[in-house]
Design a protein around this ligand. Structure first.
Ligand SMILES: Cc1cc2nc3c(=O)[nH]c(=O)nc-3n(C[C@H](O)[C@H](O)[C@H](O)COP(=O)(O)O)c2cc1C
Length: 190
């Protein structure tokens, strides 16, 4: 348990962001695979697991995807997204809500492609469009190789976060709201 009732909320949040930072570089960290929630074009929620690729400047989460995937169109339509992290070892849930931006070209994309993306190119260069109907699984096993054409970067800027530290019956929950330079922290009832 990393959060206790005797520490300040500032210290609690610092400890949590430290875990997120670790997850961006440690493949087996429990926060490495958050669930990304988007709003679809019919205003319905949609969820899927993703890999946290980077955590920047204490408020931005980086995810890679294929620009043809459903989630990209959903984000273009409605940039409000949610990330859900669960750390089983620490019994610590983290919810992070924010606005997503998609980088389909430019320096941000090029840098991430070179550093990480191209090493997992199979995830972003399928010849067939993700979600497209195929007649057999093998049809999808064809890739464009080191062509970053469909690789894109999702950058989520944090607006609100909430943690829940499970602790027997004395659970601890807090909410952070970020408004420009202003940060408002409160303990809330679990
Ligand atoms: C453990 C795990 C990690 C995943 N990581 C990613 C990822 O980083 N990016 C991604 O686009 N899809 C990732 N996926 C696949 C997505 O969950 C999803 O199936 C795919 O992106 C299509 O989603 P969409 O149709 O909502 O766009 C991952 C799936 C699993 C199970």
């Amino acid at each position: 348990m990393i959060i206790s009732k005797n520490i300040s909320l500032h210290v609690a949040w610092e400890a949590i962001w430290e875990e997120v930072e670790k997850a961006a570089s440690e493949k087996d960290h429990p926060y490495r695979y958050p669930i990304l929630g988007t709003v679809d074009t019919n205003e319905k929620p949609d969820l899927r697991k993703v890999v946290l690729r980077d955590y920047k400047d204490g408020n931005r989460f980086i995810i890679f995807t294929d620009s043809r995937s459903l989630k990209v169109g959903q984000i273009e339509n409605n940039p409000s997204v949610s990330l859900l992290f669960w750390n089983d070892e620490m019994s610590l849930q983290l919810r992070a809500n924010g606005k997503a931006e998609i980088y389909t070209d430019g320096e941000t994309k090029e840098q991430y492609w070179e550093e990480q993306g191209k090493h997992g190119y199979h995830s972003y260069t399928s010849v067939h469009t993700p979600g497209e109907r195929i007649s057999s699984p093998e049809e999808a096993f064809e890739w464009e190789g080191l062509n970053p054409g469909h690789f894109c970067v999702i950058e989520i800027t944090l607006e609100e976060a909430e943690f829940l530290q499970l602790n027997g019956i004395e659970h601890l929950r807090a909410k952070r709201v970020i408004s420009g330079e202003r940060i408002i922290d409160n303990w809330i009832t679990p």
